[in-house]
Design a protein around this ligand. Sequence first.
Ligand code: FAD
Ligand code: SF4
Length: 398
Amino acid sequence: MTVPAPHQKAKGLKPGSPRPAKELCSDCGLCDTYYIHYVKEACAFINQQFDHLEEQTHGRSRELGKEDEVYFGVHQKMLTAQKKEPIPGAQWTGIVSTIGCEMLNKGLVEGVVCVQNTPEDRFQPQVVIARTPAEVLAAKVNKPTLSPNLSVLEEVEKSGLKRLLVIGVGCQIQALRAVEKQLGLEKLYVLGTPCVDNVSRAGLQKFLETTSRSPETVVYYEFMQDFRVHFKHEDGSTELVPFFGLKTNQLKEVFAPSCMSCFDYVNGLADLVVGYMGAPFGWQWLVVRNQTGQEMLDLVQDQLHIGQVSSSGDRHQAVQQGITAYDKAVTLPMWVAKIMGLVIDKIGPTGLEYARFSIDSHFTRNYLYVKRNHPEKLADHVPPFAKKIVEQYKLPQQ
Ligand code: FAD
Ligand code: SF4
């Protein structure tokens, strides 16, 4: 039997109290637990340690000479997939929920850390350790707000769970990897999603109110590969808003400071990542980082249509123009935005090139944010792979 490595415990912080990472805190949940003792080493916003944690998790850090690794992290392979029978109401086709269910069904894990919502609010995260497939399914669809996934870590250790699957986004997984050895687990599986531009619950409200025609009926949204935000409403209708029509001047302050200073869009420390941005519209994009990730994929392979990743177009000019437009908070009239959206959807980057477009746009924006707001952190906080990406572009001097 595995016993937890002896570790120090401190008292978790009370909800709402100041956090060690101050305004950069993403509310990953670690500080709600006695593992706060490790916060100085573990917090993604206090101690950037990708090289070390990639080495620990995948046996090596990403190769800076290989463009695919610079962008997408250490991986064995990438593919695209769709569930043959999509789960109704999932964010995409429900590959994440399906893997969670099968891990329990096959007895590979005893619990799955995932994010349901509170009874009162469909977008307010409620983190649970699901013990049954029904509880995993109840966590389907994104709660597009900061979520304290690691707040259940004390419960994991106290309940004696030995085999665990954690579903989570990059900042949560960085802190998780840093304390992994203290959890006393025999086996930890990590199923990640990419993540970008997350918001507090109040920020989400502002985003919905500035962008959607009917904020109170939105049940789901996604920034899609066709350069439009797709909102789904309670009555089943879909509303499309072109990226270029977003009210940048009002939305600049909406994204959480943690997300404005994050360089782990692709969840580099997960075993398997399931997103969409490297896949054609309607498909999901999978990055298998190591053998544990492959083991998870094998479990559901027969339930999936599988495709190859592809790439076309050249993102560079669009990214460079976007840097200036975002910086000046340019908001286009809606009719111009719609035409631009249609044109760029026809001739713009697709597949992995779309993913690179999105990574470049966010890393350049975030680099500028850290430089302007936390200059003392710039050198250590921005990892070498992100510096390499940012160096391709001309940034405003100030
Ligand atoms: P489902 O089967 O519907 O399962 C969704 C899972 O997400 C659930 O297991 C739940 O536990 C978990 N979850 C829900 N909310 C949160 C949360 N706030 N924090 C952590 N876990 C949560 N993919 C991209 O390719 N590009 C992006 O830019 C991108 N941005 C994202 C931003 C956010 C905030 C989130 C949560 C995800 C993002 N994704 C992004 C991932 C993508 O939207 C889908 O979640 C993913 O493709 C899985 O779809 P699915 O149908 O398999 O998931
Ligand atoms: Fe603590 Fe997580 Fe916030 Fe860092 S991001 S201060 S580890 S709760």
